[in-house]
Write a new protein. Sequence first.
Lengths: 320, 106
Amino acid sequence: MAGVRGNQAYLVAAKQTGKGVAPTKWQDKYFFSGGNIQPSRGTDQLSETDSNRAAGDFFVTQTAVEGSPEVYVRDTSIHHILEYAFGAAAHTGTTNFTHTVTLANALPYVTFGKGQGNLLFEQFNDVKIDELTVSAGTAQPLTAAFTVQGRSAVRQTEEWKTELAPPAAASTAPLNFNLATVKLGGSETHLVSSFEMTLSNNLTLQQTDDSVPFDVVEGTQAVTLGFDLIFESLVEYNKFHYGGESGTTQSPTIFTTTSNFLFSAGENNSLEFNFPNIAYQEFPVEPDPGGGPVVVSVRAAAQRHSEGFVKAIVKNQVEK
Amino acid sequence: MANDQKSSVLVLGRDDADTKQDAQAVEPAAADQAVTETVDVTADEPVEEASKVSVQLNSDFEGGVDRAIVSVANYDDIVLEAGKAQSVPAAQAELLLSSPAVEVAE
């Protein structure tokens, strides 16, 4: 029997209705563009005085779920990943649907399944997304990388069947940065060449009287934004350092602005991130002895706003 | 699901039996009264009614859609239609109201 090929693997996912409630149907099937999801196993070592030099025996401290799978972003399924990480979604429309995904205080538990070759099938229960990064380099496809923490893993003796049979994976092309429309401060700009949004949920695994954690609990929420900007004008630079577009004196206050990234593969197939209030944190304009054009790696953090740190709008032909 | 510490209400009490030195100075009636005042906040209506919130579809959402399915963690999806309010548990309402599709019904 030949060894199992690494590229023969898939990921399925479904939102649970509560802790410990198994899903009855997978929502999506993804293929890995990187990363993994797996059972975790924490161990520690006994340490006590003895009559010989042999180190102490090991013992199991915790069994759980960990990993950082990465998948390509397709409009047909990204609204689900976003809902898992953000917490709330509103679905509207008929035939063509719009999914508005927003941040909430509670995150849903998610069940993931992984198939590797035709040999290993594992189901990961009561999982939450700790950190989600949606990003794309110049001309590159968008990826969604998410670190997860979960309570327990179960090895299936065969692939999921009947109602839980994995659905067909989406065959549409991933969204990419060449489909982007970027607005800074409400005005469209063609100077941005990359995108990276990171949502941190700062999860904590709570362990009590079992090697299986009792729960996965959300902590402080934060959203950061990064993008590369061709340095052609002083507008954004001045906003960061000098308090406004034409400022000349260093500003003692944080300058905030808006940002919007739309990735559109058509009128009814798109992904949009709207940041209603961001503050630049880094705006490095670096000389280059090699003479290359200056590209600024801008870093910003979302600030509190009545509409939340960020809102995502996905358009596709999937009802919810 | 474990309690979220940030959204918890902490009611502090004191175990007088463990503080023998101060036992004479403590007035049990005062402690009882403090607990009673906390309960009185919802005394006018049944607990189950007080913990419900009436929500409805935001008439401004996406330029005025007439129907939206709203999903939040740990609750079944709720279908909101224009002009129709629904009563939901306060904990669910807190999550629902994080969506721009939902507003408190007047």
